[in-house]
Design a protein around this ligand. Sequence first.
Ligand code: ADP
Length: 189
Amino acid sequence: MLNLVLFGPPGAGKGTQSEKLIAYYQLVHISTGDIFRAHIKNHTALGQQVSQLITDGKLVPDAITIAMLEEEVKQNPQAKGFIFDGFPRTVTQAEALDAFLTSKNQQITAVIALDVTQEELTNRIAERKKLTNRPDDDAEKLKKRIDEYFTKTIQVLPYYEAQGKLDKVNGIGEIDTIFADLCKVIDSL
Ligand code: ADP
């Protein structure tokens, strides 16, 4: 099984590249952000619970996020592998994911971090805001999400580096060039 974590700050291109990777490698894409947004749209109990936090750009508590992620993996027993996008965002989530996969005799194959400068991120999210109208894409909320990334989420990188599982790919440039670079890393795993 190929189990990848695609890692990077808001706007790094995780969603775009995940779409291409799942098609090419026949993987199941699990984006915790997408799942939360679907819950909010469908007015589920979970959606109501997390809606304000997400609008404010804050992280959803680990227990809720981990339970939701495990449920999603369980719903795909035939998967050849997964791309985890937006998860894990904390070391607690990373530890929970390892424990969960170990219990299924699986593991994370690699973590690929998309490297993008802060300036490029701000520009991209301003563009995305025009197209998608995500309520968490305005300047102040965005700043909060980028802060959450650089204070909490970034701590996940040394966790995987210590396991020898971390690879970095330049996330600035043509979408297809970045995709080719990702494929090179994955094919060498
Ligand atoms: P971004 O495009 O900013 O990377 P996502 O679409 O991945 O954002 O997630 C949107 C929001 O959903 C986050 O700002 C956070 O509130 C919540 N969220 C998503 N994944 C997680 C997670 N693993 N842990 C906690 N909160 C999460």
